[in-house]
Design a protein around this ligand. Structure first.
Ligand code: C5P
Length: 249
């Protein structure tokens, strides 16, 4: 069975690149392989934030939740695919080799809002694909946000998430973002290959903050989540490594 550690994406929701770097170094040493760069860090530092994580040897989930006209989203997805990085093994002193190593996509997964509709979703995948082909690299996975985990379930969320996931799948997306409460339903309908990203993870009894549809890491994994996105329970803990270990224990 895959280690839970390998499914955790730590959300770098912090103010400065320096702070983000500190968390990346600390958590990579604890076995974390993925970090989320979201609107807070990206608005302040742009692709430098993405490259920082990538250069440290981890993969980036760029969560900017695009929602715009199809042409704009296609171009933004292309820009996402084109953020390249140097791996730690590069800079060999051999220029030809280094240039080849430069062509490493820094973003392994990105988000769009499913509410943007079929044309926008198809444009997102095509935009990323076209740019990746041009650069001869792998395109980032494109996952769609169904309903935010901060939205309360007023009784029809399961239905709305299913409908959104159907639209995502038939538009060519690689997966969806939903809460742990809807994971087993999505997993059953869409199979093992479909990516399901789950935020709103909280240890038992912990405060939910602004999140609403929360669950523990174990519940989300058992329900079939591919990745868990965790921010405050780790970032705000007095001892982030201890908090991370407790979350996955
Ligand atoms: O701090 P917390 O663990 O609640 O952070 C959750 C992270 O997941 C945040 O960065 C948030 O932007 C992101 N996210 C979410 N709900 C979604 C999609 C992304 O909470 N539906």
């Amino acid at each position: 069975m895959q280690d839970i550690k390998e499914k955790i994406i730590v959300a770098l929701d912090v103010d400065t690149l320096k702070e983000a770097e500190r968390f990346v170094d600390l958590l990579i040493s604890a076995g974390i392989k993925y970090f989320k760069v979201g609107s807070q860090l990206f608005t302040a530092y742009g692709p430098d934030a993405v490259r920082m994580v990538s250069k440290a040897g981890a993969k980036v989930f760029l969560d900017l939740k695009f929602h715009d006209i199809p042409n704009t989203v296609a171009l933004a997805s292309g820009s996402t695919a084109s953020i390249l990085s140097v791996t730690p093994s590069a800079e060999t002193g051999n220029i030809a080799q280094d240039i080849r190593n430069l062509a490493i996509p820094a973003v392994f997964m990105m988000t769009v809002h499913i509410k943007g509709g079929r044309k926008m979703l198809e444009a997102a995948v095509k935009g990323a694909e076209d740019k990746a082909r041009e650069l001869k690299i792998k395109r980032p996975l494109v996952v769609g946000v169904t309903r935010l985990t901060s939205d309360e379930d007023k009784g029809n969320i399961q239905h709305e998430v299913t409908e959104a996931a159907r639209l995502a799948k038939s538009s060519g997306l690689d997966g969806v973002v939903c809460s742990a409460h809807e994971v087993s339903m999505v997993r059953n309908e869409f199979g093992q290959e479909f990516i399901i990203v789950v935020p709103g993870i909280r240890p038992k009894g912990a405060q939910a903050d602004d999140q609403s549809r929360v669950a523990t890491a174990r519940e989300a994994i058992d329900a079939g989540a591919s990745y868990l996105v965790i921010g405050r329970p780790i970032l705000k803990a007095p001892d982030p490594i201890k908090a991370f270990k407790e979350l996955i224990s």
